[in-house]
Design a protein around this ligand. Structure first.
Ligand code: UT7
Length: 337
């Protein structure tokens, strides 16, 4: 029997900082509304022609591999989580294999939006626990900014999301009291359309349908992300709480045992709600949504890397990762660092 442990972490965000005031120049919004409702002060947007979802993932991965102290050719498998792939197909997993210049290992793409990294960790953990692989690279990366409706019509969504990438190397751990203790995954497809991007897709509207509508002057926003914000918020606080408790109970632990909670950075208000519910101090919950916005699959690995870089995670700590998002999907990871 093996466990897996996180042996290396890295993140990358594009240099271009977009403040709330910058957004108020292109749409009817303001710093006060954004900070009060979400906690966000600024986010990063890729300047066109520079980075892609894959290139950001590669940069984060290079750091994680270096910190894991392994050669890139010791990576046995790649898992890539994103909702904003470079291409409709193939997914970015194979592009990472190519751009990192590593041997022809398997590459899997995960489409679970804000829960993508948690799902990715769970998959990697199972491969390592089964003995099949020793080192698995898990990446979460998003390039939202090129696909957002940057007009007043899209302000309820566009002010929230930012670009960036995070990565972790998971490595075989022989001491099963350490590393990833358990992972817990859920979905509720009944609410799929409440946070979604419908087109282009083979289900309802493909590219030629969009072009035909644009050509005939028909108003259509199905190619922009849609979010029923209040409905998502209400579900998020319930599911976050449930899945954290589920993970703790599965390990005979309670909220008092948490040293560091890294929630998916969806909204500072959601993190604060969970913090209060579990009676955690400011030092026990890591938030960086103020600086990066919601980077979806990248938000947990970026936050985890920053928390670790700042010395906020020590050996022996109980670290909990938790996510909720489009699908709906949600999940948690319980780690003994
Ligand atoms: O990561 C995946 C999971 N995602 C989440 O968990 C997000 C969950 N939802 C939320 O975080 C919040 O619902 C939002 C931050 C998205 C929105 O906050 P809200 O308090 O639910 O606002 P609302 O959508 O109910 O909008 C309130 C008002 C509306 O105006 P009226 O109808 O009251 O006149 C909006 O038109 O605020 C208006 N509004 C804005 N005003 C200025 C919406 N977006 C903006 C904006 N700037 N950017």
């Amino acid at each position: 029997m093996y466990n897996s442990r996180i042996s290396g972490l890295g993140f990358y965000v594009p240099e271009n900082v977009v403040t709330n005031d910058d957004l108020s120049k292109v749409m009817d919004t303001n710093d006060e509304w954004i900070q009060e409702r979400t906690g966000i002060k600024e986010r990063r947007h890729v300047i066109k022609g520079t980075d892609t979802t894959t290139s950001m993932g590669v940069k984060a991965a290079q750091k994680a591999i270096e910190r894991a102290g392994i050669d890139k050719n010791e990576i046995d498998f790649i898992v890539f989580a994103t909702l904003s792939p470079d291409y409709y197909f193939p997914g970015p997993g194979v592009l990472v294999q190519r751009d990192l210049g590593i041997k022809t290992v398997g590459a899997l793409d995960i489409r679970n939006q804000c829960s993508g990294f948690v799902y990715g960790i769970s998959v990697a953990d199972q491969y390592i626990k089964s003995g099949m692989y020793k080192n698995v690279l898990v990446i979460g990366s998003e390039l939202h900014s090129h696909g957002l409706d940057m007009t007043t019509r899209g302000r309820g969504v566009s002010v929230i999301f930012g670009d960036g990438a995070g990565a972790a190397v998971l490595t075989r751990e022989e001491d099963t009291s350490k590393g990833i203790l358990s992972t817990h995954l859920h979905s509720e497809g009944q609410h799929a359309e409440e946070l979604s991007l419908i087109a282009p897709g083979m289900g309802k509207r493909w590219v030629n349908d969009i072009i035909a509508d644009v050509d005939s002057g028909k108003e259509d926003t199905s190619y922009f992300p849609y979010m029923n914000g209040q409905f998502v918020f209400k579900n998020a606080v319930v599911r976050f709480s449930e899945v954290i408790m589920e993970g703790l109970q599965a390990n005979n632990l309670g909220p008092q045992d948490i040293d560091m909670l890294i929630p998916h950075q969806a909204n500072l208000r959601i993190s604060q709600f969970i913090q209060k519910k579990f009676g955690l101090s400011d030092d026990q919950v890591f938030n960086n949504i103020m600086n990066y916005g919601n980077t979806t699959a990248a938000s947990i690995p970026i936050a985890l890397t920053e928390a670790w870089e700042q010395g906020k995670i020590k050996e022996g700590d109980l670290v909990v990762l938790a996510a909720f998002g489009s699908g709906f999907t949600w999940g948690s990871v319980i780690i003994r660092w």
